[in-house]
Design a protein around this ligand. Structure first.
Ligand SMILES: [Zn+2]
Ligand SMILES: [Zn+2]
Length: 133
């Protein structure tokens, strides 16, 4: 009971000090314009990143090379292989975004590999480190 009363006194003192500090500050039009401009600039940057992608503000020369998981050659279409995650055959006759190939040349269903990559970034077959999607 004693602790609860001390806590309420502490809270009321804190609120009093906090409100006192806010009430002492006089409104300044220039600071208000600067604050609105700063917040607006942040919102603009977030909107641009949303529409253009988060990598759009980084120079192309310093961007890491992005691996294409959907690249395929004509040789791959004739190949028969199973997805080791779901243990069913990977059908290469479907559109290219249905299956994914890792840098170590292992094939998986896109859905299976994406779920796998949410957990760990190693190849399910050979444990080779996978680059980010
Ligand atoms: Zn699969
Ligand atoms: Zn592999």
């Amino acid at each position: 009971m004693e602790t609860r009363r001390e806590l309420s006194v502490l809270c009321s003192n804190f609120c009093g000090i906090f409100l006192g500090c806010i009430l002492i500050i006089k409104p300044d039009k220039n600071w208000c314009i600067c604050l609105v401009g700063f917040v607006g600039l942040q919102a603009l940057i977030l909107l641009l990143q949303y529409y253009l992608g988060s990598r759009s503000f980084i120079l192309f020369q310093i961007l890491p090379i992005k691996y294409n998981y959907h690249k395929r050659s004509d040789q791959d279409i004739n190949r028969a292989t199973d997805c080791v995650i779901c243990m069913t055959a990977v059908d290469f006759s479907h559109p290219p975004n249905v299956c994914m190939v890792t840098p170590c040349d292992h094939f998986f269903h896109s859905e299976c590999l994406r779920k796998w990559m949410d957990e760990k970034m190693d190849c399910p077959t050979c444990r080779h480190r996978l680059p980010p999607v």
